[in-house]
Design a protein around this ligand. Structure first.
Ligand SMILES: [Fe+2]
Length: 507
């Protein structure tokens, strides 16, 4: 028997499993057109922050609106925080949720969807216990089970990387989790080399056109650098004391000759942490300090150079390139982390952050040029409200001209991105598309068209949530004609939680 909306509210989402109403039941209830639960009804775009309940999803032969390019064949994997509450306890930060990996399979004019939770040690133990057992990044939960190292809190929720027959679910605070790319079954924690066991492996590895993978990890003031072959062998690695704060280093950039880090002046207040605050709640922004620019020579990790720029906070880089004289890179600057955390807490309560405080309004593109002889840094900024920059995978660490972002365009009070932006860095041309305020737009990746050679020839592919239909869909654009609108939308018969990052792997 279907549970009535009111009963659903009364039971509370965390009680659903106990009430015998699994994910399917929850989604059926939502699918019947009833309004989202009370606390989110005034902000329907926040409904996906309610989270899913820990069960797998699958749907075949998805409804395709428009024309899907016949050459688009392969799998779009996407990761994101998805389980947000257990036994009446809810996470207070978007970054805390347990990782759900989705696989959108494109081929022969058809699309299927599959999603499975990563079976981390934490997820498995908490599923058995029926409640949270360890703290989240942004939620102070007393440790109810002993954990060893950072992998005890690993939620594997941020991005994916595929190498040959191995798919990895990534989380910056710990090890990668290896998954079966066909079934999404979790195989276990990845150790790249015996000396690197338990060393964090960030969620933003950079993959060059030849398959070489560069990545880093930070732990207690130390940084690890990894160079991994296309076959998955660690070619070189180094662990060293960081010359700047590493309390929150989320991404980096790679050019022909350098690994580039921006180390924002965020410090971990250990006293607050010991006093029971969450990790996110223990971060302190030192506005008077600089953001350190760390350049590491790819040919010799021991050759490191440190520059300084005024304090700035960022999550994501687009790309970088250098000609030996000048290093060029782009990133998206955001507000400092401590104030952003308040916004994330509001989102998890179903409250819209004030528009002037919203991430989507205050995060904007930056372009940096570094004179490699003098160390002089030049910065240019733009004002579009964006995040999640991507480039054509063929130009990673090479000279590039195109960057693509989700864009917030006249959203009013509504949270989130509602469009896409393409910047041509050489011509200065800007192209935009807006879905309207009914749709929340996530990261869109650039998928090269098979057989094409030119940067930018291909499609933009990503996920969206339609707040009125309460359904998620994938949208596919011609990357060279963004303003013409999506070529196709592929609809799920249900909704999924918002994800962070994805990757497309051609079949
Ligand atoms: Fe990220």
């Amino acid at each position: 028997m279907r549970m009535q909306r009111r009963e659903l509210l009364k039971a509370g989402l965390s009680g659903l499993a106990g009430a015998g109403l699994g994910l399917t039941g929850l989604q059926e209830a939502w699918a019947l057109g009833a309004p989202p639960p009370n606390q989110f009804s005034s902000a329907p775009e926040l409904a996906p922050f309610l989270g899913l309940q820990g069960e797998d999803l699958a749907a075949q032969d998805l409804r395709i609106e428009g024309r899907l390019p016949s050459q688009l064949r392969g799998v779009y994997y996407k990761n994101g925080p998805s389980l947000m509450g257990r036994a009446g306890e809810r996470y207070q930060h978007w970054f805390d949720g347990d990782g759900l990996v989705q696989a959108w399979r494109f081929g022969d004019g058809k699309v299927s969807h599959q999603a499975r939770f990563v079976q981390t040690a934490k997820f498995k133990a908490e599923t058995v216990a029926g409640r949270f057992l360890v703290p989240g990044f942004g939620t102070a939960i007393e440790a109810r089970m002993p954990t060893r190292g950072s992998d005890g809190m690993n939620v594997a929720n941020t991005s994916v990387l595929m190498q040959q027959d191995k798919l990895y679910a990534l989380w910056e605070g710990g090890s990668a989790h290896e998954l079966d790319p066909q079934t999404l079954a979790t195989r276990g924690v990845k150790t790249w080399a015996p000396g690197l066991a338990g060393m964090p492996f960030s969620a933003h590895p950079k993959v060059e056109a030849d398959g070489t993978v560069w990545n880093f990890g930070t732990m207690a003031g130390r940084m690890a650098i990894y160079q991994i072959s296309a076959q998955g062998q660690v070619l070189r690695s180094e662990v060293f004391a960081s010359p700047g704060p590493t309390a929150f280093v989320h991404d980096f950039a790679v050019s022909q000759n350098y690994l580039v880090f921006l180390l924002p002046p965020l410090h971990l207040d250990l006293e607050a942490l010991r006093g029971g605050a969450s990790m996110a709640g223990s971060l302190r922004w030192q506005a008077a300090e600089s953001t350190r620019v760390l350049l590491i020579d790819k040919a010799d990790f021991g050759r490191r150079r440190l520059l300084e720029i005024p304090a700035c906070m960022l999550f994501h880089f687009g790309n970088a390139w250098d000609d030996g004289q000048t290093l060029h890179l782009d990133y998206v600057q955001s507000r400092p982390m401590p104030s952003l955390n308040q916004e994330f807490a509001q989102l998890m309560r179903g409250e819209r952050p004030a528009s002037h405080e919203a991430l989507s309004v205050t995060s904007t593109p930056r372009f940096m040029k570094i004179d490699l002889s003098s160390g002089r840094v030049e910065l240019q900024s733009r004002t579009e409200a964006v995040e999640f920059p991507v480039v054509d995978p063929r130009v990673v660490a090479q000279r590039y001209r195109h960057v693509y972002y989700p864009l917030a365009l006249e959203t009013g009070e509504r949270w989130g991105f509602n469009g896409l932006l393409h910047l041509d860095l050489e011509s200065g041309r800007r192209e935009r598309y807006c879905f309207g305020n009914q749709v929340v737009v996530e990261e869109h990746v650039m998928v090269p068209k098979p057989g094409s050679r030119q940067e930018g020839e291909g499609w933009l592919l990503g996920l969206c949530y339609d707040t009125q239909r309460q359904r998620s869909f994938a949208s596919v654009f011609d990357a060279q004609a963004l303003s013409a609108g999506p070529l196709a939308k592929v609809w799920l018969p249900y909704w999924v939680t918002y994800g962070f990052h994805g990757k497309f792997y051609a079949a």
